[in-house]
Write a protein that binds this ligand. Structure first.
Ligand SMILES: [Zn+2]
Length: 244
């Protein structure tokens, strides 16, 4: 059922893509086969990857870190360079607590049309992350989840793996739909290998914080483990470019 739904979404998304994407875009299976773009993974292990975009935020990111620690959960934060530069202590704490830091560009520019510009955005962010964590990020999440040949080629040339999310696990938390709505959305479709999209910045994220605690409380009972993207990739069946 999940696969069938995914197929319909692939078809629908393809049509939307034709209308709005200026750069050349292929369908998900074409990109997925290359191993350069990840949506989610096939696995029998009860593990999922929690991902947070747009941070760090001085209020909500520490609150999210508290919830994660309470549930012994590791997550992946796709930070913005401009925010990481402003709040380096939070990024440092994320690293110390075993979370993974990914690149979400510096200024969060939508529909970037120049390879050079995108590369500058990625480099500037990687520089900030490296200054704080002593490691350059390997994962890149495009702004708005947009993917096309320009974005993916630039990522690959710069040794990034492009990480999107499970299409059934976009929480839309940035719209503040209500805690219960976020919780129900995630729990109703949850399965091993899912990659879940949250946001820890960009406005009042208190619903995200509360929903996360409720979601993890339920999933703890089901025996789920919460791993970083790299852990998910290393432990799941579909081969990936960055697996060593
Ligand atoms: Zn974003």
């Amino acid at each position: 059922m999940k696969r069938f739904l995914a197929l319909i979404i692939v078809m629908g998304f393809g049509v939307v893509g034709l209308h709005h994407a200026a750069a050349e875009q292929s369908s998900r299976p074409v990109y997925e086969k290359t191993g350069n773009v990840i949506w989610d993974r096939e696995t029998d292990e009860k593990m999922i990857a929690l991902t947070f975009d747009d941070g760090p935020d001085p209020q909500y990111t520490p609150e999210i870190l508290e919830v994660l620690a309470k549930h012994n959960a590791k997550a992946t934060f796709f930070v913005l360079g401009m925010h990481a530069k402003q709040f380096p202590n939070i990024v440092h704490r994320q690293m110390l607590e075993g979370h993974e830091i990914g690149n979400h560009t510096y200024h969060h520019i939508y529909s970037i049309k120049s390879k050079k510009k995108l590369q500058a955005e990625l480099d500037a962010t990687a520089d900030v992350i490296e200054q704080i964590t002593k490691r350059r990020p390997q994962l890149y999440r495009p702004v708005g989840g947009d993917y096309n040949d320009l974005i993916i080629d630039t990522a690959v040339e710069n040794d990034y793996l492009v990480v999107l999310w499970s299409w059934h696990q976009d929480t839309h938390d940035w719209k503040n739909p209500g805690v219960d709505k976020i919780v129900d959305h995630v729990l109703s479709g949850i399965g091993p290998g899912d990659v879940i999209l949250f946001h820890d910045s960009g406005g009042d994220r208190s619903q995200t914080v509360d929903a996360l605690d409720k979601i993890l409380t339920e999933l703890d009972k089901e025996g789920y483990e919460y791993v970083t993207m790299s852990q998910l990739l290393a432990r799941s069946e579909t081969p990936s470019r960055i697996m060593k």
